[in-house]
Every structure is written in structure tokens, then in C-alpha cells.
Design a protein around this ligand. Structure first.
Ligand code: HPA
Length: 233
């Protein structure tokens, strides 16, 4: 059996899955961090791989950008492939002046503009949160590896290009650290279906100042985030 958007057989995908938005990042991680790698999905070029990290079986699956795309893969990973630990490894734009490029966020909870949530919760407001177990484990791993992480909240949006100036002022005032495009749906689905989820995000740009990290910086901080995420496997 396979799902609609993944051609893997049941059993091909590990219980713990890392979820980058970019399928080529999934490929990079599989090739550079894992051994005994098998590519289980090429449908839509949304690559998915299973391999070993320090002897532990782990998968890495691209999700695409935005909650529509990510929600499809998350749903199928949970329902068809019975994945238990879903760990997003992505980037976000900072909306706080003092949050530097390259910092790693340990996302405790996500606000957002997911239409799926608006419909599901009938205009009331669900507060999607991380799995406490994964959050604590990730924090401990980061401490052990001497990697600085910032616990805090993000806002997940389906519109990367904002037409409205000052859109983020009210969210910034409420302590939201950064903007991504997937965490709200990941946490909502994990809460709904009783699995564990955590988002680890590196700050790739500052939305207030327009600054963005260089490719070199991105690689370095990406490595730190990956060490924490893979430690969870
Ligand atoms: N907006 C939304 N998602 C993002 C951004 C951003 O500026 N940067 C990285 N992911």
C-alpha cells in the first residue's frame, strides 16, 4: 500500500521523520549525514529518504512550501506510514531586532493564518504547541552539544509576499520571534492525531531590516540545527 502523494510502501518510512521544506535539502541531508540510504519517494520530485544515523533508522521527507503542501505530506506520513515523531527542520524570517541571523529556534508554539484551522475551529482559536517530550529532548541535546537555541513562538503564514505594510507589528508586540510557513499545520495535526512534533528553525533573514544570511552562514547554522534534529532520532 502507498499513499496518494508518496510512493513508499508501508514500512519504508521510519517512525522519526525530519521535514525540510526543500526536497533537495532532504537529499543533501541523506547524502551527507546518513548511511545505508534508500530513496523511497520521487513523486513530484518531493524526495524522501530513509537511512541510518549512528545506527538509528530515520527518514527525511521534503514538504514543499506552505501549509497546503506540508499538510498533505504530514497527513500521509501519520495515516499511511504511522510515523510517530515529525520534526520540521526549516528556516524562518525574524521579526525581532535582537534575534540575529543564524540563530536556531526551538519552536514552543505557532500562531498562523492557516485557512484549514479557521474552517476547522469555526473562527475560534486553537493554540498549536510542540510536543513537550521532543522539546525537552531537543533542549537537552543542544545543551550537551553546546549549541545555542532560542525557545519561543512563531507565526506560520501561507503568504510569503505581504501586501500589507506593518503586518507583523501586532505579532512582534506579542513576542512572536519569527515567520515560517508550515509549523502551525504540523503542530495542529500532531495534536489532533496524537503524534509528536517539533519545529527547529534557523533564522535565514530579518523581515524588519531586510538582511539575509550568506550561503556560508546558512550552511553552518543548518549543520547545528541538523545535529540537534538528528540527535532526536
Ligand atoms: N517569510 C515566511 N517564511 C520564511 C521567511 C519569511 O520571510 N523566511 C524564511 N521562511
Amino acid at each position: 500500500m502507498r499513499s496518494i502523494h508518496l510512493e513508499a510502501n508501508v514500512g519504508d518510512i521510519a517512525e522519526t521523520v525530519l521535514l525540510p521544506g526543500d526536497p533537495l535539502r532532504a537529499k543533501f541531508v541523506a547524502e551527507n549525514y546518513l548511511t545505508d540510504v534508500v530513496c523511497y519517494n520521487k513523486v513530484r520530485n518531493m524526495f524522501g529518504f530513509t537511512g541510518l544515523y549512528k545506527g538509528q533508522r530515520v527518514s527525511i521527507q521534503g514538504t514543499g512550501m506552505g501549509m497546503g503542501s506540508a499538510g498533505i505530506y504530514i497527513y500521509e506520513l501519520i495515516h499511511t506510514y504511522r510515523c510517530q515523531n515529525l520534526i520540521r527542520v526549516g528556516t524562518c524570517g525574524s521579526i525581532q531586532e535582537d534575534l540575529d541571523l543564524g540563530q536556531v529556534l526551538l519552536v514552543t508554539g505557532a500562531s498562523g493564518d492557516s485557512d484549514a484551522n479557521t474552517v476547522l475551529f469555526k473562527n475560534q482559536h486553537f493554540a498549536p504547541t510542540a510536543s513537550f517530550k521532543l522539546l525537552v529532548q531537543a533542549y537537552e541535546i543542544a545543551k550537551r552539544l553546546d549549541i545555542r537555541v532560542h525557545p519561543g513562538t512563531v507565526f506560520s503564514t501561507n503568504t510569503f509576499y505581504d501586501l500589507e505594510p506593518n503586518r507583523w507589528d501586532v505579532w512582534k508586540a506579542h513576542g512572536i520571534l519569527g515567520i515560517d510557513m508550515e509549523t502551525e499545520i504540523l503542530y495542529t495535526m500532531a495534536c489532533r492525531f496524537g503524534v509528536n512534533a517539533l519545529s527547529l528553525l534557523t533564522v535565514s533573514d530579518n523581515i524588519l531590516t531586510g538582511s539575509a544570511s550568506s550561503q556560508e552562514d546558512r550552511e553552518k547554522t543548518f549543520n547545528q540545527m541538523m545535529e540537534v534534529a538528528l540527535g532526536l532520532a
